[in-house]
Structures are given as structure tokens and as C-alpha cells.
Design a protein around this ligand. Structure first.
Ligand code: PGA
Length: 264
């Protein structure tokens, strides 16, 4: 079973997520981190930058791979995920830019780019910890419902609900991309550890379907049930549709990890 940590509020869930990333960076300075974008992650990166500065923690040895990028947007387009990551995280830490990876949205042949991206992850030794958000429709990265649960990095068309949810990041006169290059569900599942963060009641149904529903392509995040090392960090609202919520809170009161010390 996944470790399900239900925090008293959003702030505490965000701090706990940032702390897990920091712990990984500290425990394994050469770690390969999988990163994610989306509104949920913005305060996480802010917290990460602040804590790294406060604790004088270096990110210089890390390698990062983001989940996805919009097809058609160059890295210097303000709405590209490359620009977003630079603005939120990479500009503020000592991580050399060449160790940060996102698919190139403006690649001449996006399919070739997708295959090269998958190969680059493998060449880096695979991902130690993959950070994940979840879409209201249960998507992971841009693996929309119906995505193959064994897929590798490739081009995906965005679902209309995703286009609607992400339109807020684009101006009225900007054309929002309709496709993305995204790590596949298989790519995500090959990461050694997964860390999913969901905040707010708009995610409650997707979280419940992912953690307690059947494993199905209708909810790509439900594949997490098959991963051996998943931590899910939630606030109260995102946890509100979980049937076994009391049980999870019993195991991890206040979202804290309580370690079983054994019987000796
Ligand atoms: P959000 O996106 O954080 O902007 O809600 C998450 C996702 O779609 O995976």
C-alpha cells in the first residue's frame, strides 16, 4: 500500500513535500530527480529554494528530468515548462543548467525528441525520486485517460478538461498548445520512488479513484497501486473522498510518518 499522508492543511503538505526532496538531495547528492510543473508545485519549489538557502544545501550534483513539455513552445517561451522551471527553481539554486532536462517542445521531430528523452533518462541511471501532481481527470504528466499503462515518453494530445484547466496560464491572445511530449506511465513507474502531492477539493475525486478505485486506463494515476514505493501527500480537502481516510489517519496521524520499531 502507498504511504498516504493526510496533512492538517495545505502549507504543511507543501513543506512535507519540499522536505522529502531536500532529504533525497542530502542523502544522495548525485540523485536523479523527476520534477513536475503545475500550480500545485509552485509553492513547493518556493519552499525548496528557501530551505536550500537556509540549510546551505547544494544541488550541484543533482540531475533532473521534468515530466513533460508543450509541443510547439520553445524553451524561452514564457509559458513553456522550461521557462517555468527556470523561473521557479533553476534560477535560484546552484544546479548547473546542463544537468536539468525537459523535452524540447520546439524539436524538429517531437517523436524523435521523445525517444531521445526516454534514452537520456535511462543513460542517467533512471530516476531516484519522481515528483508527481495529479490532474482532475486522473492524469499523470500529460498521460490522459486511455493512456497505455506501459507507455514510454511520447507525444500525447491534451484532453479538453486539461486544456480548460491549464488555460489560466495562457493570455487571451495566446494560442495554447494542444499536444505535449510526456514521460509515459511506464517511464514514471520505472522511477525507484514516487512522491505525489495533491491539494484542494478539485482533486478529491481523482485522488480517491487513483488510490482506492480499480487500476484502469480511465484513471492513469491508479497505476500507482502497482508501484512498490509510493508516498502520497494530501491536504484535508484532497483527502475528502477517500473511503479509508480514518485508517490512513490512524496510521499516520497528522500526516506524520510513524515508523514501526519492531518487536524487540
Ligand atoms: P495542477 O496540475 O497542479 O496545476 O493542478 C497538476 C496536474 O495536472 O498534474
Amino acid at each position: 500500500m502507498a504511504t498516504i499522508l493526510i496533512h492538517p492543511d495545505m502549507r504543511s503538505a507543501i513543506i512535507a513535500t519540499a522536505e522529502r526532496l531536500l532529504l533525497t538531495a542530502k542523502a544522495k547528492p548525485g540523485a536523479v530527480l523527476g520534477l513536475a510543473t503545475g500550480g500545485t508545485m509552485e509553492p513547493v519549489y518556493q519552499e525548496l529554494v528557501e530551505q536550500a538557502a537556509r540549510k546551505r544545501l547544494s544541488f550541484a550534483g543533482l540531475t533532473t528530468f521534468n515530466l513533460d513539455e508543450y509541443v510547439g513552445l520553445a524553451g524561452d517561451h514564457p509559458q513553456s515548462y522550461r521557462s517555468t522551471m527556470n523561473r521557479l527553481l533553476f534560477d535560484h539554486v546552484d544546479l548547473p543548467r546542463e544537468q536539468t532536462h525537459l523535452p524540447r517542445g520546439d524539436a524538429e521531430d517531437p517523436s524523435v525528441e521523445a525517444r531521445a528523452y526516454e534514452a537520456a533518462i535511462e543513460a542517467a541511471g533512471g530516476i531516484d525520486l519522481q515528483l508527481l501532481g495529479i490532474g482532475r481527470n486522473g492524469h499523470l504528466g500529460f498521460n490522459e485517460p486511455s493512456s497505455s499503462l506501459a507507455s514510454s515518453t511520447r507525444i500525447k494530445k491534451l484532453a479538453s478538461s486539461t486544456l480548460k484547466a491549464n488555460a489560466r496560464f495562457f493570455g487571451d491572445d495566446e494560442r495554447m498548445p494542444t499536444h505535449a511530449i510526456t514521460m509515459g506511465i511506464g517511464t514514471i513507474m520505472r522511477a525507484r520512488k514516487l512522491l505525489m502531492l495533491a491539494i484542494g477539493d478539485s482533486k478529491a475525486d481523482a485522488v480517491a479513484a487513483a488510490l482506492e478505485g480499480p487500476v484502469t486506463t480511465s484513471c492513469p494515476a491508479s497505476i500507482l497501486q502497482f508501484h512498490p514505493d509510493v508516498t502520497v501527500v494530501l491536504d484535508q480537502e484532497a483527502a475528502s473522498c477517500l473511503k479509508l481516510r480514518d485508517f490512513y489517519e490512524d496510521i499516520h496521524p497528522g500526516g506524520q510518518e510513524v515508523y514501526f520499531a519492531g518487536t524487540r
